[in-house]
Design a protein around this ligand. Structure first.
Ligand code: HEC
Length: 115
C-alpha cells in the first residue's frame, strides 16, 4: 500500500514539472517577447521605445503616436500592411514573416493601455 502511494506521488511530481515546462514555453509568451525584441531592434528608432514617436527621426518624419486614437482606430489589416508593405516614409519590412508582423500589430495595440 505504502509503496503504491509513493509511486503515484512520484508520477504526480513528474507530471506537474512537465506541465510547468510546457506552460512556460507556450508560444504566446515566446511570441510577445520576440515581438518586443524585434520592435526594439527595428522600430523603436523611429517610433520610440514607448511607441510615441518622440525620437529625433520620429519627429523629423512626423510619425504618429501609437497610443493615440488615430492609430488605434486603424484596423489590424491597415497596421499589418504598413509594417509589411511600408507606408509613406516608412520602409517595408519584407524580411518579417506574416506571423512576426501580426505579433507586432498586437504589440502596437498594447501601447494603448500604457497611455
Ligand atoms: C525609418 C523610420 C521608421 C522605422 C524604422 C519604422 N517606421 Fe513605422 N512608420 C514610419 C513613418 C514615417 C510612418 C507614417 C507613414 C505615413 O503616415 O505616411 C510609419 C507608420 C507606421 C504604421 C502605421 C500607423 C501610422 O502611424 O500611420 C505602423 C503600424 C508602423 N509604422 C509600424 C512599424 C513597425 C512595427 C516597425 C518596425 C518593424 C516600424 N514601423 C519601423 C517610420 C518608421
Amino acid at each position: 500500500m505504502r509503496k503504491t502511494t509513493s509511486w503515484i506521488a512520484g508520477i504526480t511530481v513528474i507530471a506537474v514539472v512537465l506541465a510547468t515546462i510546457v506552460f512556460l514555453s507556450a508560444p504566446a509568451n515566446a511570441d510577445s517577447a520576440a515581438a518586443e525584441a524585434t520592435y526594439k531592434a527595428k522600430c523603436a528608432g523611429c517610433h520610440g521605445p514607448d511607441g510615441r514617436g518622440e525620437t529625433a527621426t520620429g519627429k523629423m518624419m512626423k510619425v504618429k503616436d501609437f497610443s493615440s486614437e488615430e492609430v488605434q482606430k486603424m484596423s489590424d489589416a491597415d497596421l499589418f500592411a504598413a509594417i509589411s508593405s511600408g507606408k509613406g516614409k516608412m520602409p517595408p519590412y519584407k524580411t518579417l514573416s506574416a506571423d512576426q508582423a501580426k505579433d507586432l500589430v498586437a504589440f502596437i495595440r498594447a501601447f494603448e493601455k500604457k497611455k
